[in-house]
Write a protein that binds this ligand. Structure first.
Ligand SMILES: Cc1cc2nc3c(=O)[nH]c(=O)nc-3n(C[C@H](O)[C@H](O)[C@H](O)COP(=O)(O)O)c2cc1C
Length: 174
């Protein structure tokens, strides 16, 4: 069987090269909206989504993430938009909920021709004083944790090699 959704699922790739130009507001809202429609444990909608397009703040996030990663490189690959997903520290489904929100947004991005890549280390970044200050600046609760982020923008290059899916990935027990 095949359809547009299945095709998008198959063809979405992690993109690590972005054009500097910013995406349109309508595109961003479409992607954020797709995140909000993710299934959530107990239907609690406990995730928070923050889309950062302000250059200074994006650069701060790049520095914070690079520090955790112990690199000089930009872990967000120069993407003009960085979307961070948070969840309540004490909610047992926080990582599962947030991961599904991120998955929805990556798929939505691909489906409208945008490039994205899941980026790690926001858990550690937002445990720091700098991270906690950002939560305050964004008027978010202070008892939340970073689940993950996506780099978002227009692709300037696509991966040449697509890793095949492993054998025995799934099995059907009848
Ligand atoms: C939980 C998780 C964390 C990831 N962290 C990073 C990351 O920090 N940097 C990065 O470049 N890619 C990251 N990725 C992207 C993976 O490397 C990528 O999904 C994988 O290589 C498969 O490629 P595909 O997304 O094109 O299918 C992450 C993906 C997941 C699901």
């Amino acid at each position: 069987m095949d359809n547009e959704v299945l095709k998008a699922i198959r063809e979405r790739r992690s993109i690590r090269r972005f054009k500097p130009e910013q995406i349109h507001d309508e595109e961003l809202k479409t992607i954020l909206e797709a995140g909000t429609w993710a299934a959530t444990g107990k239907g609690k909608q406990d995730s928070w989504i923050v889309a950062v397009q302000n250059k200074e703040t994006c650069d701060k996030l790049r520095r914070m993430n690079a520090k955790v990663m112990e690199t000089e490189a930009d872990p967000y690959y120069g993407a003009p938009t960085i979307i961070i997903v948070f969840g309540s520290a004490d909610w047992r489904n926080n990582i599962k909920d947030g991961s599904l929100v991120i998955g929805n947004m990556m798929l939505a991005a691909h489906s409208i021709g945008l490039a994205s890549c899941w980026i790690n280390r926001e858990d550690t970044m937002f445990e720091t004083e700098e991270g906690k200050q950002l939560l305050k600046d964004w008027e978010l609760p202070d008892d939340i944790v970073g689940i993950g982020a996506i780099s978002l923008g227009y692709a300037s290059a696509h991966p040449h090699i697509v890793k095949p899916r492993k054998e025995n990935y799934y099995r059907i027990i009848k």
